[in-house]
Structure formats: structure tokens, C-alpha cells
Design a protein. Structure first.
Length: 474
């Protein structure tokens, strides 16, 4: 069997062809080659939580290629086209992982901050300095060379209430400005920058208006946020509806948006102890919410907060959870035509004005902090010694770790299915199949070589092997 595996790996060695780059177009994301809409069908990816980034070694969620391959293949089965990573190191080489996600047709949204380097919301001026900017410019350097880098979040949940809405908004907008200027000067392609807002409805629309309005009405104002993510946990349980969850309110609140708005986190896990049914997926990707740009389910892996779709065990094996099956079933019902069709409305940005702000105490000044001394030179010349990522060949495509369905049977033959476009839900029902062809999630319909190389294409054989415990040998 070991000989077989080596043979399979050799046969499956493939060259990576890149996904088309994506960008914003009006209120949507668009595939820049096909001009089709790219609705975000995504999951938040942070196995290990905040501790996943170890500054002493540089290890982060995009540094272990075998783990990324395992998870990218599982995500292909699930049907996602985007992940969000919260906490990555700008000096780590992410080539192997980013190339794997690229080959899987999966885009990546990168939070530029980390627990070690972020705006101090209690005193933003103290943390807005040259070391901080060098760090976040390093993220641009690290990810600008990958075609599947979709966007950067300049901040995540910095504004959490009225007190933090006083001094922080001008700093977040200044960071958007600095990142956008750096990208304009140092990246060969445009990559959009925005903010991810906490699920605090009191400050939500003020935050969106403050960060995305146009100063003096100038649509090209480089301080504007180019997209807006909101974390949304209001749809809870099987009985919730478009109205009861307040999605109708969100749609009317954001109907005048001039930039893409999407859920940067969603997936309420109440009532506790019951698998999530994810009925909100039909609302989010249905005709009621075409002005939204989809969203990212919180989150891929089970962590202490209990939002996982899969459990990652300490030996590297993965167990799919019932939540995974339910989400996959919901994704399979998405209307692919609708999610790839550009919206017809494209409102112009509103002019920044104090009248946009509804909450007393929320900042109403668009006089932004001046960048720290030396920033102009950093932007003009680039930071020193950047780690600049680039795509590499993906040479192994077979998942080596054990993967178990939600009912505990082994799923064999899992392998990366190389895509040229973005991944889309395929109709796969992973937990019902003990053997995967590796081609089942292909949007191009091309079968991978895995099943024939293994000689397992039928569920019966896979099930029999699983029952006999033979999967372990693969
Ligand atoms: C709003 O931001 C401006 C510019 O940074 C600052 O001078 C002012 O103190 C802030 N207002 C509040 C209420 O914090
Ligand atoms: C769309 O909106 C209508 C009217 O508010 C509502 O009845 C319907 O359930 C919504 N559709 C979905 C899929 O949530
Ligand atoms: C029961 C079930 O979902 N079977 C699926 C297993 O996978 C094959 C190929 O991916 C599908 O065609 C089956 O429908």
C-alpha cells in the first residue's frame, strides 16, 4: 500500500493554474476575467484560535501544507469559495498553503492585524505608529502576489460600543488609507481594503457610513473603505425567519451601500447542544439579499466556543460534524445562476457628513490622524526585507490524514480537485459517501485521478474497506 501511495502521489503531481483574480465592482465582488459575480460562500478559518499564530516559530494557519491540503479538500466538498484568516504572520512563507487553496478555487480574506499588533481601542493614538504600519504593510507584501487574495481587513471589531466609537473611527479610516496607498504603490494589482464590524446593531450603520462615505463627495477618496463585513449572529435555531432574525432590517439598512457588504461571520449556535440547520443560507443567497455579498460561516473547526463544522483531533485526523452535513445540504440548494449574476444597482457613495451618524458619541469628524513620521517613505520605497509570496506547484493532492464522516465512518480517496475558476457547491453529500472520487466537487465536471488510481470508485467498496478498517492502510 505504501508503494501505491507513492505512485499515486507521483501520478497526481499537477501544476497549479491560478484562479482569476477578483475585485470589487460597485456593490459586488467580481471575477475580473469572466466578469461574473463572486458571491462569498465562505468559512472563517482559524484552527487553534488566537494561539494558532506562534510568534516564536512563525507557525500560523497557512504554514503547514499537509494541514492546508486536508482542509482545502474538505472545504471543496463543502462547497466554499472563500476563507477568512484572522491571525497570520507577515514574515512566514505561505506559498504552499496559498497555492493549495488557489488550486482548490478558494479565495482568502486576510486580517492584517494580530493579537500582538493591532490598534489599542482604549488609546488608538498610542498604537498607531511606524512599527504597526510596517507590520500591516508586511501583510500586503506577503499576500499581494497570490491571485486568490481577495481582500484585506484593516480592522476587526475595534468599535464595540459607544465609548469605543468616539476616538477609534478616524484611526480605522486612517489605516484603510495607509493600506490603500501602500497597495496602490507597491502592488501590481488592486486588492480591496475594508473593515469587519462586530454584531452590535447600535453602532453598525454608523460604522459602515463613517468608514465608506466619500470625503467631499469624492468617489476616488483613498481613505474610503472598499468593502464592509459585518458579523451577524441574529438567526438562531430552526424556527427563525427572514423577519424574526431581522434580516429584513439589515437589507433595508444597507440598501444604499456603494461597496460590497457581506457577513464576515455568521452562524448563531443557539439553541446550544443542537446541530445548526443553517436555514439562513437560503435567505442570504436568495432573491431577498442580492444586494449582500454572501458571507463566511463561523467557523471551520471546533474550538472552545463551539462553532465548529469539523473537529480536528490532535493526531491530525478530522471528524465532520452534523453541522457540516447541514451546511453542505444548504449550500447545495443555492441558485448558482443567481450568485454569479451581477446586481443591477450601483449607488454612488454618500458624501461624508455628520448627519449620517445617528448615535450620540459616535465620531463625526473626518479629519483623519496624520500618518506617523516616515510613512511616506515606507509607502514610496516599500518596507525593508519583505516576505513576498508567490504561487508554487502543488505536488501532492491526496489527503493523508484520516477523515471521518459525521457518523464515524472513514471517507477514503479524498484528493484535491484542481479548479481554474472559483469553487462552488457541487451537490456532494460527503457524509453519505464513504469513498470520494476527488472529482465530485468540480465545477468543471472533470474527474480527478484519485479514484481510478486507488481503484475505489464505488461507495460499496469504500464502505467495505472502511468497515474492515483497511482505510488506515491508505
Ligand atoms: C473624533 O475624531 C477627531 C479626529 O481624530 C478627534 O479630534 C475627536 O476628539 C474625536 N471625537 C470624539 C468624540 O472622540
Ligand atoms: C424573503 O422575503 C419574504 C418577504 O419578507 C419572506 O416572506 C421570505 O421568507 C424571504 N425568503 C427567504 C428565503 O428568507
Ligand atoms: C448518497 C449520496 O449522496 N451519494 C453520492 C456519493 O457521491 C457521488 C459522487 O460524488 C454522488 O453522485 C452520489 O449522489
Amino acid at each position: 500500500m505504501l508503494v501505491t501511495r507513492a505512485f499515486v502521489a507521483a501520478v497526481l503531481s499537477v501544476l497549479v493554474s491560478a484562479v482569476d483574480t477578483a475585485d470589487t465592482k460597485g456593490i459586488a465582488f467580481v471575477d475580473t476575467a469572466t466578469n461574473k459575480r463572486l458571491q462569498i460562500i465562505g468559512v472563517d478559518y482559524q484552527p487553534g484560535g488566537q494561539a494558532s499564530f506562534d510568534p516564536s516559530t512563525g507557525k500560523d494557519v497557512l504554514s503547514d501544507s499537509s494541514v492546508c491540503l486536508r482542509d482545502a479538500v474538505i472545504m471543496q466538498q463543502l462547497g466554499v469559495n472563500t476563507i477568512r484568516v484572522y491571525n497570520v504572520n507577515p514574515q512566514t512563507n505561505h506559498d504552499a498553503c496559498m497555492s493549495i487553496f488557489n488550486a482548490a478555487g478558494i479565495y482568502v480574506i486576510v486580517d492584517v492585524n494580530s493579537p500582538f499588533m493591532s490598534l489599542n481601542r482604549a488609546d488608538p493614538a498610542s498604537s498607531y505608529n511606524s512599527a504597526y504600519l510596517t507590520y500591516i504593510f508586511g501583510q500586503v507584501e506577503n499576500f499581494k502576489g497570490y491571485p486568490n487574495t481577495l481582500a484585506f481587513f484593516a480592522g476587526n471589531e475595534v468599535i464595540n460600543d459607544i465609548p469605543t466609537a468616539g476616538s477609534n473611527p478616524p484611526y480605522i479610516r486612517a489605516i484603510q488609507r495607509d493600506l490603500r496607498q501602500y497597495i496602490a504603490k507597491q502592488s501590481t494589482r488592486h486588492i480591496p481594503v475594508g473593515y469587519s464590524a462586530a454584531d452590535v446593531r447600535e453602532v453598525l450603520t454608523d460604522t459602515w457610513n463613517y468608514l465608506t462615505c466619500a470625503i467631499n463627495g469624492d468617489a476616488n477618496d483613498i481613505t474610503r473603505g472598499e468593502l464592509f463585513g459585518l458579523n451577524s449572529y441574529s438567526w438562531c435555531g430552526a424556527a427563525a425567519t427572514f423577519q424574526s432574525a431581522g434580516y429584513n432590517t439589515l437589507v433595508s439598512d444597507f440598501q444604499s451601500t456603494s461597496v460590497p457588504v457581506f457577513f464576515s461571520e455568521y452562524g448563531c449556535n443557539l439553541p446550544a447542544g443542537v446541530p445548526r440547520v443553517f436555514n439562513e443560507v437560503q435567505a442570504l443567497y436568495g432573491p431577498n439579499m442580492t444586494d449582500f455579498n454572501g458571507g463566511l460561516v463561523y467557523e471551520y473547526s471546533q474550538e472552545t466556543s463551539n462553532y465548529g463544522l469539523v473537529t480536528i483531533n490532535s493526531d491530525g485526523s478530522v471528524q465532520l460534524l452534523k453541522d457540516f452535513d447541514n451546511l453542505q445540504g444548504q449550500y447545495n440548494k443555492i441558485d448558482k445562476n443567481l450568485v454569479t449574476t451581477l446586481p443591477s444597482t450601483n449607488p454612488a457613495p454618500v458624501k461624508c457628513d455628520a448627519s449620517l451618524i445617528t448615535q450620540q458619541g459616535f465620531n463625526t469628524s473626518w479629519v483623519l490622524p496624520t500618518a506617523p513620521a516616515g510613512t511616506d517613505a515606507l509607502i514610496a520605497n516599500g518596507i525593508s526585507k519583505p516576505q513576498q509570496g508567490k504561487l508554487v506547484d502543488v505536488t501532492s493532492t491526496s489527503v493523508t490524514q484520516k477523515v471521518l464522516s459525521s457518523s464515524g465512518t472513514a471517507i477514503t480517496g479524498l484528493a484535491l480537485n484542481k479548479q481554474t475558476g472559483s469553487n462552488l457547491p457541487s451537490g456532494a453529500t460527503t457524509s453519505s459517501n464513504t469513498s470520494q472520487s476527488g472529482g465530485s466537487s468540480s465545477s468543471s465536471g472533470k474527474k480527478g485521478a484519485a479514484s481510478s488510481a486507488y481503484g475505489i470508485s464505488g461507495g460499496v467498496i469504500g464502505a467495505a474497506m472502511a468497515a474492515a478498517g483497511l482505510f488506515a492502510l491508505l
